[in-house]
Design a binder for this molecule. Structure first.
Ligand code: 6PG
Length: 282
């Protein structure tokens, strides 16, 4: 099938899906019938944002996370997106990374390389992975320095309201405890306001040493997509999205509140099972 025809049939497929899309002040919530539909919708969303960003800025600066997210992005490697996405304009970053060697099974870089980056024509010099041969603290400093250089050359734009980089898209997963990136509940890094990238050495989810974007950077992005699947996340998702008063305030996922950017939650039904859908408007 011709690429344009493939693109048109991808649009039709997404339009025909029974995704319940709704919004409250926590952003747009898209609940999917199956993981297959979620993956289809996610690939479509990312491809659309890439196209818009390349048109506007000539580049697409995207930050990934670890966990199940990369597997759920798999449809980007298939038609039509493997051909229609302008891969040469992509610049890849990590919203968080485990401080391990790049060939280690725990490496978020390795996960993305094996599952996505090696399957599409990304320019190798556009892949901004961490320096894995130094301490977590040095790796965080080094990563922030690298981003500062790319802000100067406008590969990453800068927020008009905070002194922060403005990524075109930051993709996050969420743990059953409500953590996003490597920002875990009650951890002091949740209060970090000065650094763009910080580090932890006591992650409750192994491995312990990690670097992570700080909340000001996440909340300065043009777009944030949080991808959450499975029943084990249902309670945390309820606290992150519903109007739960003070119960939710300290949950990292609830602190994801882009100042000017767009927030979209990609959920499957089990993850969304405890949401109070009466709060949403179409
Ligand atoms: O490196 C990491 O550990 C992550 O970036 C982390 O924040 C992950 O996204 C969530 O823990 C969700 O992971 P799952 O989707 O696999 O549950």
């Amino acid at each position: 099938m011709h690429v344009e025809a493939q693109k048109a049939s991808a649009v039709k497929l997404v339009e025909s899906m029974a995704v319940s899309g709704a919004r409250n002040e926590r952003g747009e919530v898209r609940i999917h019938e199956s993981l297959d539909e979620l993956s289809t919708d996610l690939a479509y969303h990312i491809a659309e944002l890439s196209e818009a960003s390349v048109k506007e800025r000539g580049v697409f600066a995207i930050a990934l996370s670890g966990g199940s997210l990369v597997g759920l992005m798999g449809k980007l490697c298939e038609p039509p997106y493997n051909k229609t996405v302008d891969w040469a304009k992509w610049y890849i970053f990590w919203a968080d990374e485990r401080v391990v060697a790049k060939n280690h099974a725990d490496s978020n870089y390795k996960l993305a390389k094996d599952g996505l980056l090696s399957k599409v024509p990304i320019v190798p010099s556009h892949v901004h992975s961490i320096n894995d041969s130094v301490s977590a603290e040095e790796a965080a400093d080094d990563y922030e320095f690298g981003i500062r250089q790319l802000v100067k050359t406008r590969v990453v734009s800068v927020s008009e309201i905070s002194d922060c980089p403005k990524f075109d898209l930051i993709l996050l997963g969420m743990g059953p405890d409500g953590h996003v990136a490597s920002l875990f509940p009650t951890h002091s890094v949740l209060n970090e306001r000065d650094e763009w990238v910080t580090f932890i050495t006591d992650s409750p989810k192994p491995p312990p040493e990690r670097i992570t974007f700080t909340l000001p950077v996440i909340n300065s992005a043009s777009n944030v997509a949080v991808v959450v699947t499975g029943e084990s996340k249902a309670e945390a998702l309820h606290l992150a999205i519903d109007d739960v008063g003070p119960d939710g305030v300290s949950l990292p996922a609830r602190m994801v509140q882009p100042t000017k950017g767009k927030l979209v939650w990609f959920l499957d039904k089990p993850a969304a099972s405890k949401l109070d859908c009466s709060q949403f408007s179409e």
